[in-house]
Design a protein around this ligand. Structure first.
Ligand code: FE
Ligand code: FE
Ligand code: MG
Length: 163
């Protein structure tokens, strides 16, 4: 990144890079959890659930892309070995061992709730000290809030079908 662009970052850049890379690891794992979940999904409302999961998968991949671009701008390197995703992530990976659509929704809601916590904490860490990263993370957080809401709405549809 340009020297002037870097000079407006009033944070410990190494610490920021570590937090961004941790979030980057989460995004790849979230991407795969959604993607493979959409593939294996079975049961009630399979098609709308699988479509929503695949849409979210694509959005998590976009998040990973944006994080990688910012990490590079700040002079860092995005994680280059998938095995490090597991070591660096905040939210872990839950294999969709139960392909039932309701179970998949619950599993991914948990993931979104973790992501919301992580990004909210990251915003608190950044505060007014790096407006560019703050804006990027705020945008990602907005998507995660929407993801949680989408999945919870689908789950509500299940509940009302049971009545
Ligand atoms: Fe994401
Ligand atoms: Fe998400
Ligand atoms: Mg959605």
């Amino acid at each position: 990144m340009g020297t002037r662009g870097k000079s407006i970052v009033k944070l410990d850049v190494n610490k920021l890079l570590e937090l961004l890379n941790k979030a980057y690891a989460d995004e790849w794992l979230a991407y795969y959890q959604y993607w493979v979940g959409a593939k294996v999904a079975k049961g009630i409302m399979r098609e709308p659930v699988a479509n929503e999961l695949m849409e979210h998968a694509n959005e998590e991949l976009e998040h990973a892309d944006k994080l990688a671009e910012r990490i590079l701008q700040l002079g860092g390197t995005p994680i280059i070995k998938p095995e490090d995703w597991y070591k660096m992530c905040n939210c872990g990976y839950e294999a969709p061992e139960n392909p039932n659509t309701e179970a998949l929704l619950k599993q991914n809601i948990k993931g979104e709730q973790c992501a919301i916590g992580v990004y909210n904490k990251l915003l608190e860490f950044i505060g007014g000290n790096d407006p560019i990263t703050f804006h990027l993370i705020r945008e990602i957080l907005e998507d995660e809030v929407e993801h949680e809401d989408d999945l919870e709405n689908l789950l509500e549809d299940f509940e009302s079908m049971k009545k």
